[in-house]
Write a protein that binds this ligand. Structure first.
Ligand SMILES: [Zn+2]
Length: 140
């Protein structure tokens, strides 16, 4: 199960709306505890493809994000991107480009007025939906 704070979900949705009509993208980092994937930080990256149907994470920003994760003792948990006008399921290209079966691939659909977020594991072209458990914002 992937555990995500409500405010992170809101931030992803807000950022994705700002980037419309383009696909928005980023990374998620945190920790793994038993069977749980706990998201501790969201990174908002630029889609260098500047496309409404594709995304590529800006390499330099990706590098910076990984560095920040190391400093915080977080691991890379996966990436996220938006589908401005299609469902929250991986496209054929998303499946093709998914290179790491250990990562979670989150897709936010802005197809309808309420944003919908799904998470997937992708292995050898097969997708498995992962349960997302939304929790209240953690107080620091
Ligand atoms: Zn996609």
């Amino acid at each position: 199960m992937l555990i995500l704070q409500q405010n992170y979900f809101s931030q992803i949705a807000a950022y994705a709306r700002q980037q419309l009509p383009l696909e928005a993208c980023g990374l998620i980092a945190g920790i793994k505890e038993n069977e749980n994937i706990i998201v501790k930080k969201i990174y908002f990256l630029n889609n260098v493809d500047k496309s409404v149907r594709h995304f590529s994470l800006a390499p330099q920003e990706q590098f910076q994000a990984i560095k920040d994760m190391r400093q915080n003792n977080y691991i890379l948990l996966g990436n996220w991107h938006s589908h401005p006008s299609s469902a929250a399921v991986p496209s054929t290209e998303d499946i093709k480009l998914a290179y790491d079966p250990a990562l979670s691939y989150l897709i936010l659909s802005l197809q309808y007025s309420t944003p919908l977020l799904n998470s997937f594991k992708i292995k050898n072209g097969f997708i498995t939906k992962e349960i997302i458990h939304i929790i209240p914002e953690e107080k620091r």
